[in-house]
Design a protein around this ligand. Structure first.
Ligand SMILES: O=C(O)CCCC[C@@H]1SC[C@@H]2NC(=O)N[C@@H]21
Length: 245
């Protein structure tokens, strides 16, 4: 483990050539870790996406998981998906024009309206106490994954050979800033920053939950991180869904 200049203090870093999934690796290592730790792998053989989907993770694309033992409730810990999305946005903005980037609730990053990055949170709790949280982040840097899984948001890539270890150092720095903001000021400024980059804010969008499809005006994301839509039947607050424009 070599730590380079610019790496945020208090965070560990593990780099692997190939693993099944950096989230699986993070969960395996969680009991032994004494500090929040980033696990980067140059290649994943069984990367996982949200809702049990697969995630293509060829060499040249970015795949890493931050594993930590946060204090507070599981709900509070899950707000870190917005912090991760903000940090990925800022990191990508070092490499492409900011105006090409946007954020899609809950935590996708879009480049020219295609999906360039996805975030998968996994956690374990004991009662209301969270034991560990794994924030898995995949970014299509060099390669556009084949096999369009979501026709509304086809995968896109930055299309540049960006060194993944350099990308991790940049990302870890931005993420550490988000943690500092959460500690000092709470979720409000993080939520406000996320909303400044939100795709389709104020427009009519559709949220598909496991049981329901809700179409309404995208009003905001509330302090719990829930999507708020105004519909002809009143305001709906949605905790988990896939969003379509
Ligand atoms: O479905 C999504 O949008 C989330 C994709 C998350 C993929 C990343 S790649 C690094 C980490 N390891 C995994 O197995 N998944 C996440």
């Amino acid at each position: 483990m070599s730590i380079e200049a610019g790496w945020p203090q208090a965070y560990g870093r593990i780099v692997r050539d190939s693993v099944e999934s950096t989230n699986a690796e993070a969960i395996r290592l969680a009991p032994t870790l004494t500090q929040p730790t980033w696990i980067l792998s140059h290649h994943q053989t069984a990367a996982r996406g949200r809702s049990g989907r697969e995630w293509a993770s060829p060499k040249g694309n970015f795949a890493a998981t931050l594993v930590m033992k946060p204090t507070g409730t599981a709900g509070w810990a899950s707000l870190r998906s917005f912090m991760a999305a903000n940090a990925v946005f800022e990191t990508l903005a070092l490499h492409v024009r900011r105006s090409r980037l946007s954020l899609k609730w809950p935590n996708d990053v879009l480049l020219d309206n295609g999906k360039v990055a996805g975030i998968l949170l996994e956690s374990a709790s004991l009662g209301d106490r969270i034991e560990w949280l794994a924030i898995g982040i995949g970014v299509n840097l060099s390669h556009t994954p084949g096999g369009v899984r979501d026709a509304a948001f086809p995968p896109v890539a930055v299309g540049e050979a960006i060194d993944v270890e350099t990308f991790l150092t940049e990302l870890a720095g931005f993420y550490a800033t988000e943690e500092a903001i959460l500690t000092e000021f709470g979720f409000t400024p993080i939520r406000e920053k996320w909303l400044r980059h939100a795709a389709r804010l104020g427009e009519v969008i559709t949220a598909r939950t496991q049981t329901d499809e809700i179409t309404g005006r995208f009003e905001t994301v509330n302090e719990a991180g829930h999507l708020v839509l105004s519909t002809p039947h009143g305001e709906r607050r949605i905790a988990a869904a896939d969003v379509y424009f």
